[in-house]
Write a new protein. Structure first.
Length: 233
């Protein structure tokens, strides 16, 4: 769906244009789609140009990496919001609750309990996405499909702030059926938030109802690129 006119645009503007087109085709408001710039492995020299262009949502995979680089940035840019999109160990729950503004990887009861205790201790109510192993892949994290209703019920019983569902479809196959399944599971369970879609398939995700898309390489370029190689704002 990429328009050749996007080639001359800075990456952030090009991605936003593609979101707008996909949303328009689906009869959606593009403003309802939250673009999360996945900044794992990227340093301040890569991140600040995007902030200067107006990007305010960023995603990290690891608590330790985020803690090393983001507190100074969020002190300077107070309206930036940070999302944890990678797997979370229960012993890092309190660190995650203190640092992140949303967590996309709630996938098991033990983590739910750790997050509930962390929110009680910190006084922070961090929105949570339940991550589902949508393709039932043995090597991937996420709650099993059959276990989703019970995990959601437990989260509601604990009065945790549920934002929605998150999933990553299997690689190398058409993503649309998995996005449609995630949307159905969310609707069946009274949830609106859908964290789905990455650099290679975010337009499909937008057309199928994504509220949060997670884009890394399409914004920052391949890992190892230097800031000087990135297009200027």
């Amino acid at each position: 769906m990429t328009d050749t006119t996007d080639v001359a645009l800075p990456p952030l503007m090009a991605i936003r244009a593609r979101i707008a087109r996909a949303a328009g085709l689906a009869g959606r408001d593009a403003a309802a789609v939250n673009l999360i710039a996945i900044s794992k492995t990227r340093d301040e020299a890569h991140i600040v140009p995007l902030i200067d262009q107006g990007q305010r949502l960023f995603g990290e995979n690891r608590v330790q990496e985020a803690h090393a680089k983001w507190p100074a940035l969020t002190e300077r840019y107070r309206d930036v919001r940070l999302h944890l999109v990678g797997q979370l160990q229960s012993n890092k729950a309190e660190d995650a609750v203190r640092l992140f503004d949303a967590i996309h990887s709630l996938d098991r009861p033990s983590l739910l309990g750790a997050l509930a205790r962390a929110m009680d201790r910190t006084g922070r109510r961090v929105p949570l996405f339940v991550q589902i192993n949508i393709g039932e892949e043995a090597q991937k994290g996420g709650c099993a499909l059959a276990a989703v209703p019970a995990l959601l019920a437990e989260a509601r019983a604990a009065d945790l702030p549920l934002a929605g569902l998150m999933a990553v479809p299997p690689a190398g196959v058409e993503a649309a059926p998995y996005f449609a399944l995630l949307r159905k599971i969310a609707a069946d369970n009274g949830l609106d938030g859908l964290s789905m879609g990455m650099s290679d398939d975010f337009e499909t995700a937008v057309m199928l109802g994504a509220t949060h898309i997670r884009v890394g390489s399409a914004l920052f370029g391949p890992r190892g690129d230097q800031p000087s190689a990135l297009p200027s704002p």
